[in-house]
Design a protein around this ligand. Structure first.
Ligand code: PGA
Length: 240
């Protein structure tokens, strides 16, 4: 299966002009390497960037409000992040809210990208993940869970965390198998795709994506560096 790369720009770049330039350059790279790419810019740029989206690049949103999910769909948004640690821990988003957002996205025909992960290195991963997955996916049908992309993103590995460094591929794979087994026991979601996020760079992306168990990556900081992101897309396109 083709790998998917999801760029999470967070609150960057600072101007619409820079956002358009970055989007066009990254779209060009995605087309060149035929890499499945989703770019999630800040909300304020969605409308303008929707006009530039084409081919291999899809437009993602960083958030969704459950009372009017079709608004995003009308902008041409195909994916939406849910459960990112910035919202969970900085903005106090609860699992119940994440669950509402996932349901709303599915209702609107938008693919939710659910991010789960423990906060500190050494936390009990299994306990944290099983609790997040149970609550975030509450009352969803197996057929709905299959539509999600689920990303293991340990919060301590996110590049903005103090002393952050990426998880090792071995440890990420171990965690992904915890997630997979748990979901299989609850939903029989054998064919779900699992992604990794947290300090993915041009240097380590192949180590993660060369494993068939890892279907793609969520990339934050490196998605703002055009040359580096281009390299990531190139590596992703060479792996299946
Ligand atoms: P990072 O961010 O790639 O800069 O670690 C990932 C994220 O926050 O989703």
């Amino acid at each position: 299966m083709k790998k998917i790369i999801i760029a999470n720009w967070k609150a960057n770049p600072a101007t619409l002009k820079e956002a358009k330039d970055l989007f066009l350059r990254e779209a060009e790279a995605a087309e060149k390497f035929h890499t499945q790419t989703v770019i999630c810019p800040p909300f304020v740029y969605l409308e303008e960037l929707a006009k530039l989206a084409r081919g291999a690049v899809k437009l993602g949103a960083q958030d969704i409000f459950w009372e009017n999910p079709t608004m995003l769909k009308n902008f041409g948004v195909s994916h939406v992040l849910a459960g990112h640690s910035d919202r969970r821990y900085l903005l106090g988003e609860t699992d119940e809210i994440i669950n509402k957002k996932i349901k709303a996205a599915l209702e609107a025909g938008i693919t939710p990208v659910l991010l789960v992960g423990e906060r500190n290195r050494g936390d009990d991963r299994r306990e944290v993940l099983e609790e997040q997955l149970t609550k975030d996916l509450a009352n969803l049908l197996t057929s709905q869970v299959r539509k999600l992309l689920i990303c293991y993103e340990p919060v301590w590995a996110i590049s903005t965390a103090p002393g952050a460094e990426a998880d090792t591929p071995e440890s990420a794979l171990e965690t992904i198998s915890i997630i997979r087994n748990f979901l299989n026991s609850k939903f029989q979601t054998l064919d779900s795709s699992f992604l990794y996020g947290g300090s993915v760079t041009e240097k380590n992306v192949a180590d993660f994506l060369s494993n068939s168990e890892i279907g793609g990556a969520v990339v934050g900081g490196a998605s703002l560096r055009k040359e580096e992101f281009t390299k990531i897309l190139e590596v992703a396109s060479s792996l299946t």
